[in-house]
Ligand binder design. Sequence first.
Ligand SMILES: NC(=O)c1ccc[n+]([C@@H]2O[C@H](COP(=O)([O-])OP(=O)(O)OC[C@H]3O[C@@H](n4cnc5c(N)ncnc54)[C@H](O)[C@@H]3O)[C@@H](O)[C@H]2O)c1
Length: 254
Amino acid sequence: MRLKGKTALITGAAGCIGFATAQRFAGEGATVILSDINRDACAGRVKQIAVAGGIADMAIADLGKEAQVVAMFEDIKKNHKRLDILVNIAGGDYEPMTGLEDITDEGINRNIDANLKSCIFCCREASKMMMEQEYGKIVNMSSIMYRGATSPMQFTYSASKGAVFSFTRGLAMNLGMFNINVNAIAPALIEVEALKQGMGQEMWDAVAEDCKTRYPIGRVGQPLDVANLALFLVSEESSFITGQVIELSGGIRL
Ligand SMILES: NC(=O)c1ccc[n+]([C@@H]2O[C@H](COP(=O)([O-])OP(=O)(O)OC[C@H]3O[C@@H](n4cnc5c(N)ncnc54)[C@H](O)[C@@H]3O)[C@@H](O)[C@H]2O)c1
């Protein structure tokens, strides 16, 4: 049990990658706090972990809203006393397939709020607890899209994930002296329900088939691939790694 006695907050935990991460951590003995904006889906995920013998709690908030994040952390402090691990997974592309001239103020705001502000607010609040403890592990969710050029139709999503990249590095430089590691994961395509539903099965099958030929590893990623990397980054095995943005990409960009 690599996380026995640790308390971990996982955001976006109603989604595929967040839930896989929560399950993986619970299986390693952590008390997991699942956070999401989607109350019903999150409650279902908490139940699934409890049924499997894990210890899980729920923290509902729109993480792009500062006041809600602050209130969520107040509750966590009151109910759990400490927080060892934060994995910021909440987010997604809320302005996909949008040409340059069709970018909207609303689309920019949604992507910045869900991907960047949620990450910054949660890191700020978690680091207050972690600095007091002089212990903490933070993992942020970037994307291979941080490079910007990967998909010309994901401008504002790419920009938000690029900002997560630079925020992660800055935070790592500031928190190292408090024994807090800060890293990020930058995945390529990961098979999740939200994407399949958004694209439709036929389009998904075509994209996944194409990726098989382009990714040296010969397949798209799975939520468990992300969960396994997150587990490594919050374990003691990675205690000398900080400020890194690790591409989880089947080798697509070498
Ligand atoms: N699936 C991929 O190919 C892929 C690739 C690279 C990065 N990512 C990133 O991985 C993360 C998880 O995505 P996923 O693929 O599991 O999608 P998903 O839609 O299944 O999960 C995202 C979750 O975040 C939650 N969320 C969104 N905005 C929120 C907010 N403001 N407050 C609280 N919760 C909010 C959603 O309700 C959802 O449950 C995202 O940050 C995404 O950008 C995904």
